[in-house]
Design a protein around this ligand. Structure first.
Ligand SMILES: Nc1ncnc2c1ncn2[C@@H]1O[C@H](COP(=O)(O)OP(=O)(O)O)[C@@H](O)[C@H]1O
Ligand SMILES: [Mg+2]
Length: 282
């Protein structure tokens, strides 16, 4: 790999952005860290594993804002990819270095599919792994954006991953969602002998004033340990919300402010991965 990610691996790294709670910043962090890395020359794929298709909508809007007259249609859905046993022809290009594997509402049937086709517990949680492994050669980093509250998708994503980044919006339920996610992750790690590490917990601030945010940040540090919580925080920015409807833009000063914030967080993200990769080689 010849990028700012320092690793001796020959193929791309897979990372899940985790938290059981919805509204924890998973999709915004996935798409914006992906965007920032792509601009830095890292070949990124975001895999949208949420049938609510939030990452898909935001990134397809990003694409159409960049290429005005293009019309995008999805020919094959992610669920048909699961059923056919291949994801390789599903990614679509968003911009240089940045691809998306789009979701579709039929992915809501993933758990039904799993219980129908798997015979053992290990088969149930290993449906996505081979499909995602096939995508590794084309990318430096594959980011899995998972839905809230789906144990089947979360388990499958986690088991396919080398790393997880915990997205933590500073509110009680998001903290519980992060705790439950990390507990399950440790269980899977133990049970299935996984080589997966937590890159860190990236806080997304909920309020402008900050008193509740600070209390929640301190609670997270107490629970998970200070070193696991990112130094960088993503402040509350209306512009990030707007990206849900406009796609990611980088034109005016409000866009630039978001880009600057994510650049700082992404630099720390890379630094943390590089340290973990270096330790793996020792
Ligand atoms: N830093 C932020 N400032 C303001 N709004 C944000 C921020 N991060 C995320 N949001 C908004 O909060 C909502 C939930 O975030 P999202 O990334 O979709 O969470 P999840 O994927 O965990 O459900 C979305 O409307 C998103 O635009
Ligand atoms: Mg989401």
């Amino acid at each position: 790999m010849d990028t700012i990610i320092k690793t001796s691996r020959k193929e791309g790294i897979i990372l899940t952005v985790g938290n059981y709670k919805g509204g924890a910043g998973k999709t915004s962090n996935s798409t914006l860290i992906g965007y920032t890395l792509a601009k830095m020359g890292v070949k990124v794929l975001v895999v949208d594993l949420d049938p609510q298709t939030n990452a898909t909508k935001s990134l397809l809007l990003t694409k159409s804002a960049l290429e005005k007259d293009q019309i995008m249609t999805i020919n094959k859905t992610i669920m048909s990819g699961v059923a056919n046993g291949s994801f390789t022809d599903l990614p679509v290009n968003i911009m240089p270095n940045y691809d998306l594997l789009p979701s579709y509402p039929d992915f809501g049937d993933f758990s039904k599919y799993v219980y129908k086709h798997a015979n053992t517990e290990i088969e149930e949680v290993s449906v996505l792994k081979p499909l995602l492994d096939d995508l590794r050669p084309k990318y430096d980093l594959i980011i899995l954006d998972i839905p809230p509250m789906s144990r089947e998708v979360t388990a499958n994503a986690t088991i396919a991953s080398d790393y997880t980044l915990i997205s933590f919006q500073t509110q009680e339920r998001s903290l519980t969602g992060a705790e439950n996610y990390i507990n399950d992750l440790l269980n899977y790690k133990d049970k299935y002998n996984l080589d997966i590490d937590v890159v860190g917990i990236l806080p997304v601030l909920q309020n402008k004033k900050g008193t509740v945010d600070n209390a929640m940040l301190n609670m997270a540090k107490d629970i998970f340990g200070e070193s696991l919580v990112f130094d960088s925080v993503i402040p509350h920015m209306e512009r990030i919300k707007r990206f849900d409807i406009t796609g990611i833009t980088d034109r005016d000063r409000f866009d630039k402010k978001v880009m600057q914030t994510y650049r700082t967080a992404t630099d720390e993200f890379i630094e943390r991965i590089n340290v973990l990769e270096e330790n793996k080689n020792e």
